[in-house]
Design a protein around this ligand. Structure first.
Ligand SMILES: Cc1cc2nc3c(=O)[nH]c(=O)nc-3n(C[C@H](O)[C@H](O)[C@H](O)COP(=O)(O)O)c2cc1C
Length: 393
């Protein structure tokens, strides 16, 4: 229902994204999208590029007088760094010789991409495979986040681990604290240790990865479906998060931890319904908000692992594309840790998947039509005696 496409090279003129399938009549502004984009740019461990860029998504189409039109929403994001790359990234052929990148970087798209597309310059791959593209995803995610907000769905994220340091927390997370933290950490004790892990990796010319947790609250029961593999919501979330650059694992709820436990310790007991306005309460949320490929009505909790950045100040040994001989991998200005921004990107991907599933379930060309459908559905969710369905039998 909601789909998006991005375009753009890291050092090209900019990024473009089109979001299609949004209902008409939703209020949204460039400032709202800009606030999400600014969140992606923060974080301890980011490199020099983020000091150059101050991302802003210009709305080209699909919004008029602060409201969506139901038509495709097109956004452009300028690359400020482009002015330094006009020759290297020129659309038209250039007179002067542009140095080729031939020292392949392990851990990147460099080698498979160069072979697959038949290039003689690794730059033809690395420009697009760069995580710069995720700025466009965050812009698209912001558009869908606005829709979800309208229905009381809020999405958050925090860094669960960085460089081997794990955060621990009991119960409610203080999301304001996470936003104020340079490493997006909810645990005040782990936070300085995470910062130190990043600093020590930087000093050693190395990089660190970690684990991010994304939480979506207020998600209604029944998004996604059990009937076909590609309609299962947990599968769609996993694909969306796995597609984030450097993501190497995704889990939902207790995920990997649940395999060491017995069934009685893993499943979420359903409690008797006493309050018809809050039916189907669970004692726990070990499942992370999905059962059988559908949302269960508890918060959606997904974790994903981000590998340490592949480009190292002290480059790894590699080979030259031309000669096949031993060289040091190419180094281009790079981050030391991308876990904090990955959280914001993860939120955007979850927002895109949830909004898609939400529109699939409730439809509507105008947000008020969507609201009517949504509210009508909520009246049917609950024990049949309480929703009046049993009386109708
Ligand atoms: C927000 C973010 C920023 C990143 N910045 C860099 C970077 O500065 N240098 C780098 O080598 N990799 C960076 N990466 C990771 C690469 O984009 C990623 O490792 C590469 O695309 C290959 O990953 P894959 O094997 O998971 O596809 C970043 C990733 C994210 C999510």
């Amino acid at each position: 229902m909601i789909r998006f496409l991005t375009a753009g090279e890291s050092h090209g003129q900019g990024l473009v994204v089109i979001v299609e399938g949004m209902p008409a009549g939703l209020s949204i502004s460039e400032d709202y999208i800009g606030a999400q984009m600014a969140r992606r740019q923060r974080g301890h461990g980011r490199g020099g590029r983020m000091k150059i860029e101050q991302d802003w998504a210009h709305v080209v189409s699909g919004i008029r007088h602060g409201r969506t039109l139901g038509s495709p929403i097109a956004l452009t994001i300028e690359n400020k760094d482009w002015v330094n790359w006009t020759q290297v990234m020129s659309v038209a052929p250039v007179e002067e010789e542009v140095p080729r990148v031939t020292r392949i970087r392990p851990g990147h798209a460099d080698l498979p991409g160069t072979m697959k597309y038949g290039f003689d310059d690794v730059r033809d791959v690395l420009e697009r495979s760069s995580a710069r593209e995720t700025a466009a995803r965050v812009a698209a995610g912001a558009v869908t986040r606005r829709l979800l907000e309208e229905f009381g769905i809020e999405i958050y994220s925090h860094s669960l681990a960085i460089g081997g340091v794990w955060a621990s927390y009991d119960g409610e997370i203080d999301w304001d604290r996470v936003e104020a933290s340079t490493v997006r950490c909810a645990d005040p004790e782990a936070e300085p240790k995470m910062v130190a892990a990043i600093d020590s990796a930087k000093e050693a010319g190395d990089t660190v990865g970690g684990v991010v947790e994304v939480v979506a609250q207020g998600v209604p029961i029944g998004l996604g479906s059990h009937v076909q593999w590609d309609r299962k919501l947990d599968g769609r979330i996993a694909q969306a998060l796995m597609s984030i650059n450097a993501c190497k694992a995704v889990s939902i709820g207790d995920g990997w931890e649940s395999i060491n436990q017995r069934g009685s310790q893993v499943h979420d007991v359903i409690e008797p319904v006493t309050d018809p306005s809050h039916p189907w309460q669970r004692k726990t949320n070990r499942s992370g908000g999905t059962e059988g490929g559908m949302t269960s009505g508890t918060p959606l909790v997904a974790r994903f692992a981000i590998k340490p950045i592949s480009t190292l100040v002290k480059p790894l040994p590699s080979v030259d594309l031309d000669t096949g001989e031993l060289v040091q991998a190419h180094y281009e200005r790079s981050d030391v840790c991308q876990v904090p921004p990955a959280g914001v990107i993860g939120e955007a991907m979850v927002a895109l998947v949830l909004a898609d599933a939400f529109m699939e379930k409730f439809g509507g060309d105008n947000v008020e039509e969507t609201r009517r459908n949504y509210q009508g559905y909520l009246k049917t969710v609950g024990p049949r005696a309480m929703t009046g369905q049993r009386d109708a039998d």
